[in-house]
Design a protein around this ligand. Structure first.
Ligand SMILES: C[S@@+](CC[C@H](N)C(=O)[O-])C[C@H]1O[C@@H](n2cnc3c(N)ncnc32)[C@H](O)[C@@H]1O
Length: 193
């Protein structure tokens, strides 16, 4: 697995002429989102960013086994990686159930920090979307404050919960686990104007 990803022109189109979106997931974990999105959107480029090498390699191997050459999972620190990307590069950035780092002195380790939200805004194309879901109300509220204070992203838009159509019909493994435990999920969608 390489930590390099070819940067496509931002207006690239797939073979069928459909706009090829560039979709990034921060903290892919075991890769459910990557595998489902790769299957649903074969025309788009889907990039997972995962700090834990074991999980990144596992997700990348699953994508390869499924024949999804338009998707990959990179073993990188997403904060560093996003800081190195060009402005207006991505159509969608997805962040699901990031590690909460409960203790006050550890909160600076959160992946959604001031620098990261600024880099998400900078690297989103105009009209691009940030999807942020968590089961931790305090993380949800403080991130919404961070976004309001440090970015001009428009939101949060309400994201309704949808009933699963099968046992794996969830955005990520953490969403599945949270909902099977009948705990709340806080969902938000932001857009870059
Ligand atoms: C709580 S898990 C959630 C995984 C997945 N998003 C889900 O909802 O099932 C958070 C994941 O983010 C990864 N992570 C934490 N900090 C990261 C960083 N700076 N860059 C990339 N991944 C990170 C962790 O290794 C872990 O796999």
């Amino acid at each position: 697995m390489s930590d390099h990803v070819e940067v496509l022109p931002t207006t690239a189109t797939a073979d069928n002429g459909v706009l090829r979106k560039r979709i990034v997931e921060v903290g892919s974990g075991k890769g459910l989102f990557l595998c489902r999105y790769a299957k649903m959107y074969p025309e788009h480029e889907i990039i997972g960013l995962e700090l834990a090498k074991k999980y990144a390699e596992m997700s990348h191997a699953k994508l390869t086994k499924m024949g999804h050459q338009h998707a990959c999972c990179l073993a990188v620190d997403a904060c560093r990686w996003m800081a190195e990307q060009n402005p207006d590069s991505f159509d969608e950035v997805h962040v699901y159930f990031p590690d909460p780092w409960w203790k006050k002195r550890h909160k600076k380790r959160r992946v959604l920090n001031e620098g990261m939200v600024k880099n998400i805004e900078r690297t989103l194309k105009p009209g691009g979307e940030l999807h942020f879901w968590t089961d931790v109300l305090e993380y949800f509220e403080s991130t919404l404050e961070l976004l309001a204070e440090h970015t001009k992203l428009i939101g949060p838009e309400f994201v309704p919960e949808t009933p699963p159509e099968n046992d794996m019909d969830y955005r990520t493994h953490f969403e599945r686990r949270t909902r099977l435990n009948q705990l709340p999920v806080y969902r938000s969608l932001f857009r870059k104007v």
